[in-house]
Design a protein around this ligand. Structure first.
Ligand code: B12
Ligand code: SF4
Length: 474
């Protein structure tokens, strides 16, 4: 029997191109199996009723035999709801769930009677084999899957990692590039459209709050500089888009690779602007200069904290001094900085948070400050530690988002972390942007608060009242 495969990206508040599912579809296609992407991130109405009727329409029209769903931890409840809705519509459909949450807590996912399989880790090879084995009705030995057998959970050994990322079809063929390019333009008032992509998979570091290693292990695999730059040329030609956001955890763990990639862009005289994530300890002035020459306009390193005590706790392997050096270098070179900070670890004091604020205040050179409350995401060492310490009793997966503080965090810190977060998000980054008179206020609020339009006006009023009372220091 020929399988009819749908991969569904669930609805979400903050959205980005469904690259994970696009890679999976590309890999199936390369192996002569067709699959279709249903991107529910485009849904405007997230109510259960609308989700139910949307799924009904999809199932009536497509008559799928296998449905794949993807989830990070805060999305797992909606995924379980969707699985139930789908099975109520057609109980023969096989439901497969992949992504970080299924990788770390496969049994939590399989607990749902409506989910048949989980895929653990990198999905391309595993899903292809699973689909083939479902056809053959012989799934049990498929590497990288988990399933239920009687009243037991079976979790098979992992599949090998893909070494040759250049062999993967480009994800951009399978999702609506224009929709996301326009979404970013509108959402953040960027002047230009841009496309997201990946140059690598994995990260060799061990930050205590990070779950990246659960999917990829510790090995970082890169695309070849030549093929990556071919992809950039393709994006420019095919979509007429000259702005690229590399979503990699670190764009170039290896300096040698980074230098080769930048030189390739420069050699081909590509007029692109790009943005990437990085670490403050891996980039010296000369490397940043070369990146700038190759089109880097904004870099987003994980600063995390201005306090060495907290950085040590995070096992970040960086220092407050290195954070400062990065700020100085970017300022000298005219590279915009999106600095990411976390607050809210047990033992962190007001003084530690003030040190972080000091880092931003003193140097005054950060363009976008992204402040978040640390969360013990499954797959991170702090999840295991905080669970053992009894901090996570009664918390629900939907609360695992950076904007929310957990009751124990407020208790240990002695203040409501969400209030502190709001304060921080209003501070320096807003000040810096306000000084650049060209940037519309709407953009500032969208960037700092990630607000929806309906929330925007009351927050603006509140902010202006605070300014009047001089509660916000510039
Ligand atoms: C891009 C990204 C986002 C995008 C989402 C894009 C999208 N539409 O999917 C945005 C910015 C919206 C986002 C939001 C959040 N993110 Co995020 N995000 C990432 C990031 C940087 C890349 C993800 C990615 O595309 N990877 C590349 C693809 C190829 O890998 P992948 O997604 O893992 O998919 C592979 C496998 O997992 C598997 N697979 C995945 N899905 C499926 C489905 C099926 C059916 C199968 C078979 C296989 C399969 O196969 C894929 C191909 O090999 C990762 C970090 C990283 N470097 O991985 C964090 C990461 C996934 N995010 C994380 C977090 C914490 C969040 C937030 C919760 C943060 C917050 N604000 O609180 C929110 C979630 C909000 C929500 N929706 O509820 C954590 C996840 C922790 C966890 N336990 O879930 C990560 C790992 C970062 C970290 N440092 O720990 N994120
Ligand atoms: S935070 Fe960044 S550097 Fe640290 S482990 Fe995660 S991806 Fe790697």
């Amino acid at each position: 029997m020929n399988e009819k495969i749908l991969l569904i990206q669930p609805p979400a508040k903050y959205i980005q191109p469904p690259l994970s599912l696009s890679y999976l579809i590309g890999y199936l296609n390369k192996n002569k199996i067709t699959a279709e992407l249903i991107d529910l991130q485009k849904l405007k109405d997230h109510s259960k009723e609308n989700l139910k009727s949307t799924l009904k329409k999809i199932i009536d029209e497509s008559k799928p035999t296998i449905i794949g769903l993807t989830a990070m931890t805060p999305q797992i409840e909606i995924i379980k709801d969707m699985a139930k809705m789908i099975k109520k519509l057609d109980k023969k459909v096989k439901i497969v769930v992949g992504g970080v949450h299924a990788t770390v807590l496969p049994k939590d996912v399989l607990k749902s009677e409506y989910i048949d399989f989980v895929v653990i880790g990198e999905g391309e090879i595993v899903f292809l084999n699973l689909v083939k084995n479902i056809r053959k009705k012989d799934v049990e030995k498929t590497k990288g899957i988990g399933f239920k057998k009687g009243n037991k959970y079976v979790i098979n050994e992992r599949e090998r990692r893909i070494e040759d990322l250049d062999g993967l079809p480009l994800p951009h063929h399978y999702y609506d590039v224009e929709f996301y390019a326009n979404y970013f333009k509108k959402m953040f008032s960027y002047r230009n459209k841009f496309v997201c992509t990946f140059a690598s998979r994995g990260c060799p570091f061990n930050c205590r709050f990070c779950a990246v290693r659960t999917v990829w292990g510790h090995k970082s695999v890169n695309r070849s500089p030549e093929k990556l730059v071919d992809e950039i040329e393709y994006i420019m030609k095919e979509y007429g888009i000259k702005n690229i956001k590399f979503e990699d955890s670190i764009f170039g763990v290896s300096r040698k690779w980074l230098v080769k990639t930048c030189n390739e862009i420069i050699k081909r005289k590509l007029k692109i602007k790009w943005v990437c994530n990085h670490r403050v300890d891996l980039l010296d002035y000369e490397t940043l200069k070369l990146m700038k020459k190759a089109g880097l306009v904004l870099i987003a390193p994980g600063f995390e904290s201005g306090s060495d005590k907290i950085l040590d706790y995070y096992n970040k392997g960086t220092t407050a001094k290195q954070n400062q050096k990065m700020i100085e270098n970017c300022h000298k070179l005219g590279i915009k900085l999106e600095a990411n900070f976390l607050i809210g670890v047990p033992g962190e004091t007001r003084e530690d948070v003030e040190k972080t604020i000091g880092l931003v205040d003193e140097l005054n050179d950060i363009d976008i400050g992204v402040w978040n409350i640390i969360k013990p995401f499954p797959g991170t060492p702090i999840y295991d530690e905080w669970k053992k310490a009894g901090y996570l009793k009664g918390v629900n997966w939907k609360e695992f988002i950076y904007e929310k503080s957990m009751p124990f965090q407020n208790k240990l810190f002695g203040e409501d972390m969400e209030t502190i977060l709001k304060e921080l998000r209003t501070r320096k980054s807003t000040a810096k942007l306000l000084k650049q008179k060209k940037i519309p206020v709407k953009k500032i609020f969208r960037i700092i608060f990630h607000l929806e339009a309906k929330e925007f006006i009351p927050s603006l009023k509140k902010f202006l009242q605070k300014l009047k009372k001089k509660q916000v220091s510039f």
